[in-house]
Design a protein around this ligand. Structure first.
Ligand SMILES: [Zn+2]
Length: 45
């Protein structure tokens, strides 16, 4: 899977966030925080 914010391939599932019934995975807390700020921008794909 890929981080929707930075596009990096993710090898761990440490940082997860649920949005509109989908689970998204992130490489770092910073990317997760960025997603939470503008989820509508990143949740498209
Ligand atoms: Zn990232």
């Amino acid at each position: 899977m890929k981080d929707p914010v930075c596009g990096e391939e993710i090898s761990t599932t440490t940082y997860t966030y649920n949005y509109k019934g989908k689970t998204f995975y992130f490489c770092s807390p910073m990317c997760m925080a960025e997603f939470k700020k503008r989820p509508e921008k990143y949740a498209k794909s």
